[in-house]
Write a protein that binds this ligand. Structure first.
Ligand SMILES: Nc1nc2c(ncn2[C@@H]2O[C@H](COP(=O)(O)OP(=O)(O)OP(=O)(O)O)[C@@H](O)[C@H]2O)c(=O)[nH]1
Length: 392
């Protein structure tokens, strides 16, 4: 029988407690022969030596991967190392501690896709079991609001790594099966409870477990069978909200969410002004928008804390040449349910998640950014468009 080796991946920003968790797992009572892969960004693998001292059995194996990150520069090496571990045999479980700046999706993909170039298919021998994200409960809101990038903190892969800390935090939270809300000992009961509910709102599929020094029952993070790529990709609170799966509000802490849906485009200049005065009570926003001056391209807005990104999300189906358009509509007939006679699928659909958000003010002020009836009849291409480029 081909028994697949389960894999648990530990993610979490620098200092959240990943090494603490790993040491704890190794020292707890278990009857598994565990292989551990530790990824450290620096040249000296500090975590590796800390962990080695926790090995209680000789059959436990440690692979140290340093001077790069397993979600990008060391991704191939990760596949090779896992393949080596598996072919040597005599292990029951693999735990991977990502570097604090790893994005979880590429790491998960390493286990769910066949790599044609290297000719490695880890799906034959391994099964991604649980994606665990450790959150530093004590630093969470400070990091979230810091407005700093990895570059600012000199924590990036190289000098071109300008990823914002908050984007990394949100990626790690939204793509997790288990969120370990760590350092609970440093938080008041109210702050812990509020953060717990916020994390649930940001990822309603994940189980959020408050902990101190990562003390958690091992069956919550090993052999849970919780990982499912599609489920993990769809677990984010904003996706649930767009799919009309509203998660209940937490009245006590004023945590809430809503979708702003309109079938009218934004005026670029007014939207820019709105974005520059972003309401601080919005913690996370994401969704699609229709911009009058770029009529063919759907825009994707993604905000977390102080980081706001606008990107192209592909052309609206209504903007495609008719052969392509008809083919898409045949494949996705549900698009027709919301099809506008003139504008097709173009619309604004933005999800907002926040604490003590004033929904009425957000909606009213966003409505002033929409084209007026008079503007609807003007030449949209001539509107002044100060927004950054992301397509036409
Ligand atoms: N008070 C408190 N301290 C903790 C807790 N968990 C971990 N720590 C401490 O936080 C520091 C960072 O923990 P690590 O386990 O090294 O964090 P990490 O995520 O592995 O950090 P990197 O390897 O730098 O990414 C250490 O000094 C831990 O002892 C906790 O629950 N409460």
């Amino acid at each position: 029988m081909n028994h697949k080796i389960p894999v648990t991946v530990l993610s979490g920003y620098l200092g959240a407690g990943k090494t603490t968790l790993l040491k704890y797992i190794l020292q707890e009572e278990h009857d598994l022969k565990i292989a551990v892969i530790v990824n450290d960004m620096s040249e000296i693998n500090i975590d590796g030596s800390l962990i080695k001292s926790s090995f209680s059995r000789t059959e436990e194996k440690l692979v140290e991967m340093q001077n790069g990150c397993i979600c990008c520069t060391l991704r191939e090496d990760l596949m090779l190392e896992v393949e080596k571990l598996v072919s040597r045999g005599n292990i029951d479980y693999i735990i991977i501690e990502s570097s604090g700046i790893s994005e979880p999706i590429p790491v998960a993909q390493t286990f769910t896709y066949v790599d044609e170039v290297l000719g490695i298919d880890l799906t034959k021998h391994c099964q991604l079991d649980t994606m665990v994200t450790v959150v530093d409960g004590n630093r969470f809101w400070d990091d979230f609001a810091s407005g700093e990038s990895l570059f600012d903190r000199q924590q990036g892969i190289d000098e071109t790594d300008k990823r914002e800390i908050v984007d990394l935090l949100i990626d790690q939270i939204e793509f997790a099966d288990i969120i370990l809300l760590n350092k609970a000992d440093l938080l008041s009961t109210e702050d812990l409870d509020e953060l717990y509910h916020m994390l649930k709102k940001l990822n309603s599929e994940a189980k959020v477990i408050p902990a101190s020094f990562c003390k958690v029952r091992l069956n919550e993070i090993l052999n849970t069978g919780r990982f499912d790529f599609d489920k993990a990709s769809q677990g984010a609170g904003w996706i649930k909200e767009l799919n009309e799966e509203h998660t209940p509000e937490t009245e006590e802490y004023g945590i809430s969410s809503f979708v702003y849906r309109r079938r009218r485009p934004f005026h670029p200049e007014r939207l820019m002004e709105w974005l520059e005065n972003w309401p601080v009570d919005i913690v996370r926003a994401k969704g699609f928008f229709w911009l009058a001056s770029r009529h063919n391209m759907a825009g994707l807005l993604s905000q977390a804390g102080t980081s706001i990104m606008l990107q192209a999300a592909g052309e609206w189906v209504a903007a495609l040449p008719s052969i392509e358009k008809n083919a898409v509509l045949k494949e996705e007939p549900e698009l027709l349910e919301k099809w506008d006679k003139v504008y097709g699928d173009r619309q604004i659909e933005l999800v907002f998640i926040g604490i003590e958000m004033n929904q009425e003010v957000i909606e009213r002020t966003l409505d002033t950014c929409l084209l007026s009836d008079k503007e609807m009849k003007e030449n949209w291409k001539q509107f002044n468009d100060p927004l950054p480029s992301f397509g036409v």
